[in-house]
Design a protein around this ligand. Structure first.
Ligand code: FE2
Length: 327
């Protein structure tokens, strides 16, 4: 039995294929790279997706040497994400579902990041820290759903680092380049550390860091300070969450889990709390089709499906709105 999953929430159009034992048989992804110095333009990304969809689907199917007729269900991420990008993927998935008479399985993109991390890290019930350009969520599974134990109140961590990087002109990929610059810094300057209950907020931190650069402070010191404050805010809330939930492990997932400095901080935090620490493998850290197929298979086995005519996209779909029958 095969599930083909389609990812199209932001910059990546991806297709994964997973079998009933959750073996990942294909994971083909095509990523739109914005113009130099710019963020993702939703409509341009959507055009990229529609132009590349057919080749990505064909390449994924060719990995198994099967045709679309051999697929048992189509999984589609309906949100959260950018409207034009979501609609492009959903249109393709609805077409495949209706044309080839395959069930359509709705998948929450954020939950797919959590499930691929649990599966690849071999952790049954961790505290999950999902950090990316579009999300910053501390979560674990409680009574049928993933519950949120901390999130951003404004800009997600990945987006905050990328935006800061673009403003100071470090070039793509901003996360790696901002951290490289930070490693050359020597002094930590005063910046706002905004933790509200279990939530974090990054917009004031960005404004204040950019002001320090305007005021003539060394760019390396500002980068170091920005990174230290941004990551410390998250670590503080993660530490409280692990104590509160009493989980035995912390797992990082999402594109920003590629951060070298944050991994180091989280590892120390986990050690201090005497819990295991794992990070999703790099190939499944960013958006990818495999995670949609994997989560789609978990859902499909529990008979989750949706009428293609009612499969509306949900750009603001939260993880705590989704029932998880496979756990
Ligand atoms: Fe994502």
């Amino acid at each position: 039995m095969y599930v083909l999953g389609i990812e199209s929430t932001a910059h990546t159009f991806g297709v994964g294929i997973v079998d009933e034992n959750l073996n990942i048989l294909a994971n083909v992804n095509s990523t739109y790279v914005p113009q130099k110095g710019k963020g993702i333009h939703p409509r341009e990304a959507a055009i990229h997706h529609s132009e590349n969809a057919s080749n990505v689907i064909k390449e994924a199917l060719s990995k198994l040497n099967v045709s679309i007729k051999d697929i048992d269900a189509i999984a589609i991420t309906l949100g959260p994400g950018l409207g034009p990008c979501l609609r492009t993927g959903a249109t393709i998935a609805r077409f495949l579902s209706l044309q080839y008479e395959k069930p359509l399985v709705p998948v929450n993109h954020a939950i797919a990041h959590l499930e691929i991390a649990r599966y690849t890290c071999n952790e049954e019930d961790p505290l999950l820290v999902y950090i990316a350009g579009g999300n910053t969520i501390i979560t674990t599974f409680v009574e049928g759903r993933y519950r949120i134990f901390g999130e951003t109140q404004d800009i997600p961590l990945g987006n905050a680092v990328d935006y800061f990087g673009r403003m100071i002109g470090v070039g793509y990929p901003e996360l790696i380049n901002v951290e490289k610059l930070a490693m050359k810094g020597e002094k930590i300057l005063d910046l706002p550390l905004v933790v509200k209950g279990q939530d974090v907020s990054y917009s004031g931190l960005i404004t204040s860091a950019l002001k320090l650069i305007k005021d003539g402070y060394k760019i390396e010191d500002v980068a170091l300070s920005f990174i230290e404050y941004a990551y410390s805010m998250l670590c503080e809330t993660v530490e409280r969450a692990i104590v509160y939930t009493n989980k035995e492990s912390i797992v990082l997932t999402g594109g920003t889990s590629r951060s070298i400095i944050l991994k180091d901080k989280m590892e120390k935090l986990a050690k201090g709390q005497n819990v295991r620490f794992k990070v999703v493998p790099a190939e499944y850290a960013g958006d990818n089709g495999a995670m949609i197929a994997l989560t789609g298979m978990l859902a499909f086995k529990c008979k989750v499906s949706i009428d293609p005519r009612k499969s509306y996209v949900k750009p603001m779909w939260r993880i705590d709105q989704v029932d998880i029958p496979w756990r």
